[in-house]
Design a protein around this ligand. Sequence first.
Ligand SMILES: C[S@@+](CC[C@H](N)C(=O)[O-])C[C@H]1O[C@@H](n2cnc3c(N)ncnc32)[C@H](O)[C@@H]1O
Length: 269
Amino acid sequence: MGAMPIGQVTRGTTGANRLRRVDRWIAALPEFLRSPDPLVVDLGYGASATTPLELHQRLSRVRDDVEVIGIEIEPERVATASLSARPGVSFRLGGFEVPLDGDRRPAVIRAFNVLRQYSEADVPAAWDLMTSRLAPDGVLVEGTCNEVGRVASWIDLTADGPRTLTASLHLASLETPSIIAERLPKALIHRNVEGERVHAFLDDLSRNWQYNAGLAVYSPVQRWLATVDAMRDGGWPVLHGRTRWRLGEITVPWASVAPAPATLPPGAQ
Ligand SMILES: C[S@@+](CC[C@H](N)C(=O)[O-])C[C@H]1O[C@@H](n2cnc3c(N)ncnc32)[C@H](O)[C@@H]1O
């Protein structure tokens, strides 16, 4: 018998096409594209095999040698999903320790809508454990989205810690980017309060979106591009370029939105 999987069983809610925005982002991730062993783990895939199968299908378009392993902590969900195994896609029982055969290490671990049901205090240990399992150049993509996948955000991390925060929005149906507040990764969702950088980020994003409302007559994409430009002009160190922004994405370095360090009581070290 192997060791107990690390983590807790949570609701298995999932759905077709829900993770398309982050699938597309992983498909463009340099560390995935140049990996000598393009193994991707979909950790906590939920009640059906849907998201690992879709991830494999989308990543196959850019690397036909991709392999996806779905890892789930709930045994019945593994048994159900295993009926859908096919070349390049398999399923196994496990938790944040990311069990794999031999000394294989994943190029990417995607954990979506998993930490959402944990407490904020659980996040650092889960991140550490998952990133410790990555291939040397590997990336953990940890985030959250709404039921239909139109509002999503994620953090990408390496063994050195978090690198960036990305928000990804379906622009045609977007009323205001502040909707991301409900779908921030666990490490940030409770930090959307006055004095925190992520709060300032969402405030500026919504204000710039509002300011550029007139461009909506051309297209929501034009409005979003102007919003992202305004964020840069306002001093936010926005990464990547128009190709990504046109998709409704905005990515900033983690340091620009990371939670403020805990305030120490007077006299404490
Ligand atoms: C809400 S579902 C998300 C399904 C899918 N990732 C999605 O976004 O549509 C969360 C799943 O993560 C699983 N889970 C929670 N903690 C886990 C862990 N430590 N390791 C593996 N799976 C875990 C739960 O059992 C549940 O099935």
